[in-house]
Design a protein around this ligand. Structure first.
Ligand SMILES: Nc1ncnc2c1ncn2[C@@H]1O[C@H](COP(=O)(O)OP(=O)(O)OP(=O)(O)O)[C@@H](O)[C@H]1O
Length: 341
């Protein structure tokens, strides 16, 4: 659905040339939710603007829905853009228009007749959960409701792709979750391809199928969300994964247990998919006659399935502890020894 091939974007600034996007390649499948995560200045906004032709690459090509967005312009580009919608962090609503009139706006531009427009607006209002609020003005809505209007407006012309530029960054955590659920629901119901940019790993974990991590204009890592969570490679990715893993608590818990139980091995176990539901602890105790103390545990749901980490202290004869670790590997549970006695 989307092919970004070796794209570089260089801006000319007063202080010289600035490479915002640096030899980026990625592909997004139809119906997928693809997340791009990075800190401020990583080049995410520039990359997403390249996807709808708001920016032109300095080199490389961008193909969306079979059309080379990077080389078309004028009327042809405007037409292609109707199928590539976007929602924004600050919603970008028209403040003097009602909810219904905001949603109708892209339909007016596309020349849809009035009766058809009104019908479509009502459908969209219901789809995003704003029934009864059609006559309200944006200033009368909460942040979450404003973003729902943004989503309805973006869906008006039945796009193939929805681009989300930090769409939940201005919202509180609960509202963020409700907007993410709405996006996931729309993705599933309409088969809409979604590309989102964010600096929050929570957003990636909650709805994305695949993720690319961006740093200084480059993609330093990409893969399924489950794989990246389980086995982050780059330092920056490890930091992002830590955002959602209560690491501080874990560190304190490990220090506490090391002080109180200075024997045994402290091991981090990582489970994915079905392995997260196996009765591992009781199995280890029974099978290897070792003591297993739980230090910390956490299971998260991702769009690719559950993923969990468990930090345990294993105490017992060294040989038995080693056998238990070997066995865990064969059960597709990743083990990492954090501290030895
Ligand atoms: N039109 C422009 N002209 C000059 N420099 C630009 C332009 N747009 C972006 N940049 C620069 O390109 C780099 C990447 O910016 P970009 O906005 O794409 O990053 P980002 O990851 O989206 O960060 P943020 O979330 O802060 O917007 C930054 O150094 C920025 O200053």
């Amino acid at each position: 659905m989307i092919e970004v091939k070796d794209v570089t974007k260089i801006f000319k600034t007063k202080s010289g040339q600035l490479t915002a996007v640096d030899h980026v390649s990625l592909s997004v499948q139809k119906g997928e939710i693809f997340g791009i995560i990075g800190y401020s200045g990583a080049g995410k906004s520039t990359l997403i603007r390249l996807l709808n032709g708001l920016e032109k690459p300095s080199s490389g090509s961008v193909i969306v829905n079979g059309q080379e967005i990077s080389s078309i312009k004028g009327k042809e580009l405007r037409k292609a853009r109707q199928k590539i919608s976007m929602i924004f962090q600050h919603f970008n609503l028209l403040w003097s228009r009602t909810v219904a009139e905001n949603i109708a706006f892209p339909l007016e531009i596309a020349g849809v007749p009035k009766a058809e427009r009104e019908k479509r607006v009502q459908e969209l209002i219901e789809l995003v959960g704003l029934k009864g609020r059609g006559d309200a003005y944006p200033s009368q809505l909460s942040g979450g409701q404003k973003q729902r209007v943004g989503i309805a407006r973006a869906l008006a012309n039945n796009p193939e792709v929805l681009l989300c530029d930090e769409a939940t960054s201005a919202l509180d955590p609960e509202t963020t979750d409700s907007i993410l659920s709405l996006l996931k629901d729309i993705n599933e119901r309409l088969g809409l391809t979604i590309v989102l940019i964010t600096h929050e790993m929570h957003v990636i974990r909650k709805i994305c199928h695949r993720v690319a991590v961006m740093q200084a204009g480059r993609i330093v890592e990409q893969g399924t969300v489950l794989e990246v969570f389980r086995n982050p490679q780059a330092e920056i990715t490890k930091n992002f994964v830590m955002q959602v893993s209560d690491f501080k608590e874990t560190k304190e818990a490990i220090e506490h247990i090391l002080k109180n139980y200075p024997t045994g091995k402290i091991v981090k176990l990582t489970f994915v998919g079905n392995t997260s539901e196996q009765p591992v602890i009781s199995y280890l105790i029974k099978e290897f006659q070792i003591e297993v103390n739980i230090v910390h545990g956490n299971i998260s749901q991702t769009a690719n399935g559950p993923y969990g980490t468990l930090i345990v202290q294993l105490v017992g004869e060294q040989e038995k502890v080693q056998k238990a670790l070997d066995k865990l590997q064969t059960m597709n549970i990743q083990t990492e020894v954090i501290a030895n006695d």
